[in-house]
Design a protein around this ligand. Structure first.
Ligand code: FNR
Length: 188
């Protein structure tokens, strides 16, 4: 298996999101070993069964990209000890069958989870909820290692940009472990 693609999904739509920056660092860690693409889903509407079929254009686009992915890597902040609603909305769309003959696109896909937060949990509480959801949707979740980076202000520079210190080797290790995990759990 070579040249497979990892698609990154962030739980924050914020332009300067630390989780988005973490995803970009992860892409660098995968360089030369896998193709890497950050999913842009800011145009996906709020889920509503009234508009489910035919799927909105933005939903068609994200499903097509997810289908090309050998693995999905989630990077999510924690909002009130949960993962943000925008991410739940995205996953609700992805959880639905594409058509009468085509199942949902997450089934059996390997997933990794990382997060950075201002607080002490490093988004770990949000991750627990995300694991429950992704497992329910029959994704293959890599539970070890998950990456939780707490106290984000200790790993940012004076302008508030991500500047990983202790988190850097952990991200590198997670990237290598996820590459192995994806290979071991590759879909037919
Ligand atoms: C937060 N934040 C936060 N942090 C944390 O560690 N635990 C939490 O439960 C929460 N809850 C929370 C709720 C809401 C609505 C917001 C907007 C923020 C702070 C959060 O960690 C911080 O804003 C991160 O920088 C958000 O991630 P991005 O956007 O930088 O990726």
């Amino acid at each position: 298996m070579q040249n497979f693609k990892i698609v990154a999904i962030t739980g924050s739509l914020r332009q300067d999101s630390l989780n988005r920056q973490l995803a970009i660092e992860a892409g660098k860690a995968l360089k030369g070993q896998a193709d890497f693409e950050l999913l842009d889903y800011s145009d996906v509407p709020l889920f509503n069964q009234d508009i489910e079929y035919p799927a909105p254009q933005a939903v068609k686009r994200i499903r097509a990209l997810v289908k090309t992915a050998a693995g999905l890597w989630f990077f999510s902040p924690e909002y009130n000890h949960y993962f943000p609603g925008v991410l739940k909305n995205l996953i609700d769309w992805l959880s639905r069958p594409v058509s009468d003959t085509e199942p949902q696109v997450l089934d059996g896909k390997p997933a990794a989870i990382s997060g950075i937060s201002l607080g002490m949990s490093g988004a770990g509480l949000a991750q627990d909820h995300l694991v429950t959801l992704l497992s329910f949707l029959n994704m293959k979740v890599m539970n070890k290692p998950r990456l939780t980076i707490p106290n984000a202000m200790q790993q940012t520079d004076a302008s508030g940009r991500l500047a990983l210190s202790t988190g850097a080797p952990l991200l590198e290790k997670q990237a290598q472990d996820f590459l192995q995990f994806v290979k071991q759990n590759a879909q037919a």
